[in-house]
Design a protein around this ligand. Structure first.
Ligand SMILES: C[S@@+](CC[C@H](N)C(=O)[O-])C[C@H]1O[C@@H](n2cnc3c(N)ncnc32)[C@H](O)[C@@H]1O
Length: 219
């Protein structure tokens, strides 16, 4: 257990986990240097996505939004031998830092591919490697619906879809938030959440984590 001041449910959940290893700490440090520590995944949510991917048994997995490679490390750990992770990032500063942490991973039994560029275009390019077993959507909010459309085409039946920040800090149900979201971002996230709720297409559930995590299986 880590020594933290337990002021909230989130801190308490994080405190139950083992301290993150040096490479994950490096990702957090890089995010801090970029002034983006607050958008890195929390330890508890990272452990949740890792556990879900491990339970699912996914071998070929895609992540949209690498930042400094933190959630990618958890996903990579969840993959079995022979597994592959494609992680997509648009910002070269984030890519440069992620490449440094990925260079420290043992890739002799599984692989991680850092794919630089706009995810909408890059997803089309990597489609040839599919069908994939799962995707973690954690990139730009305005493109979430497009990412889901891609997943519907490129995941196998039974594929796993994980999507973070689906509450937009409460903006999806009309709550005023400190972080400003555009009308377009809110509308797209509402449409995204509604589509995942369609039982003809997905078996899905919302995990009421701080940011909201959608967990769905493609039918
Ligand atoms: C919330 S952060 C990802 C956090 C990361 N998954 C983690 O928890 O360690 C979102 C990332 O998506 C990237 N991003 C934003 N727009 C993008 C786009 N169009 N294509 C690819 N990546 C994008 C941002 O640069 C940022 O690094």
């Amino acid at each position: 257990m880590r020594e933290t001041v337990l002021t909230s449910k989130e801190n308490y959940m994080d405190s139950l986990l083992l301290e993150e290893n040096e490479n994950k700490k490096m990702s957090r440090q890089f995010a801090e240097e970029l002034g983006l520590a607050r958008i890195s995944i929390s330890p508890a949510e990272a452990q949740l996505i890792k556990t879900l991917v491990r339970l699912h048994g996914a071998k070929k997995f895609v992540e949209i939004g690498t930042l400094t490679g933190l959630s990618a490390q958890y996903l990579f750990e969840a993959l079995p031998e022979g597994g592959e992770l494609w992680t997509l990032e648009k910002d070269p500063r984030h890519g440069e830092k992620s490449a440094k942490v990925f260079a420290n991973l043992d890739q002799s039994k599984k692989k991680i591919h850092l794919v630089m560029g706009d995810a909408r275009a890059e997803l089309e390019r990597i489609s040839a490697e599919g069908p994939f077993d799962g995707v973690f959507i954690d990139g730009n909010k305005a493109a979430y619906f497009d990412y889901l459309t891609w997943a519907e085409k490129n995941l196998r039946v039974g594929g796993l879809i994980l999507a973070d920040n689906i509450f937009l800090s409460g903006a999806v149900w009309g709550q005023a938030t400190q972080q400003k979201f555009s009308e377009k971002q809110i509308r797209i996230m509402q449409e995204f959440n509604q589509r995942l709720a369609d039982p003809a297409l997905f078996e899905a559930a919302v995990v009421p984590s701080y940011e909201g995590l959608y967990v769905a299986i493609k039918k």
